[in-house]
Ligand binder design. Structure first.
Ligand SMILES: Cc1cc2nc3c(=O)[nH]c(=O)nc-3n(C[C@H](O)[C@H](O)[C@H](O)COP(=O)(O)O)c2cc1C
Length: 223
């Protein structure tokens, strides 16, 4: 069979995952090559999924970072401590699945990322009570206006295209999904796909918030 996963499998999946991610971004294979479907579940086990953008793939740690509203539906479900994510690069015929514990990144990390967003996105984060009912589209624009007044933003500076200071809302920030299981999938000729999973222990946590992870164990799977 042509072009499958390495045989024998590499000892850990993150280097190959990073290689695929980097290639997808470098070749701009789709408008958002860093998009991933994030799945969570509520207390009854009812699943929900949505797209978010992976802002950092941390191959050394074996984790991915994304950002959102802590009070949103996903935020409430992420507070349960576990999530799954799926990347799909259709033109590359590749899929990556990541599953494991999830936690908020540090305040400093969230602040640093928030500061890189355009002022419109920073104001937007303040203005949207994500996942809550909204009376009308007009009401959202009113909320944005109220935010600009509440934060006392310099409208003149905004109009001139100048940057203004908009600090991160306390209800918005980053999450780190630690890979406890990674699955790499490659499409194969005649639907003879290639697929493998790597698992490791990520249950222990250091005092500084960095998890101590066990060594990876690799298994090829039937496609
Ligand atoms: C391409 C794309 C990228 C998105 N990126 C994010 C993101 O990084 N963070 C986020 O909170 N929502 C993002 N969204 C919106 C989510 O898919 C979702 O609508 C929103 O977060 C509310 O989901 P929830 O009600 O399940 O919490 C994105 C949507 C699309 C289509």
């Amino acid at each position: 069979m042509d072009g499958g996963l390495p045989d024998p499998l590499p000892a850990e999946p993150m280097s190959l995952f990073e290689q695929w991610f980097t290639q997808a971004r470098a070749e701009n294979v789709q408008p958002n090559p860093n998009a991933m479907t994030l799945a969570t579940a509520d207390e009854a086990g009812t699943p929900s999924a949505r797209i978010v953008l992976c802002k950092s793939l941390e191959a050394d740690r074996g984790s991915v970072v994304f950002h959102s509203n802590y009070h949103s539906r996903k935020g409430r479900e992420l507070a349960r401590g576990r999530a799954a994510a799926v990347f799909h690069w259709d033109t590359l015929d590749r899929q990556v699945r990541v599953e494991g514990p999830v936690e908020r990144v540090s305040e400093a990390e969230s602040d640093a990322y928030f500061a890189t967003r355009s002022w419109e996105r920073r104001v937007g984060a303040w203005s949207s009570q994500q996942s809550e009912p909204l009376a009308s589209r007009e009401a959202l624009f009113e909320q944005i206006t109220e935010t600009i007044i509440k934060l006392d933003l310099d409208l003149g500076a905004l109009m001139r295209g100048e940057d203004v200071v908009v600090l991160r809302p306390p209800f918005w920030g980053g999450y780190r999904l630690w890979a406890q299981r990674v699955e790499l999938w490659m499409g194969g000729t005649g639907r003879i796909h290639d697929r493998a999973e790597w698992t490791r222990d990520v249950s222990r946590e250091c005092t500084d918030g960095v998890r101590v992870c066990g060594t990876w164990s690799a298994t090829r799977l039937n496609p």
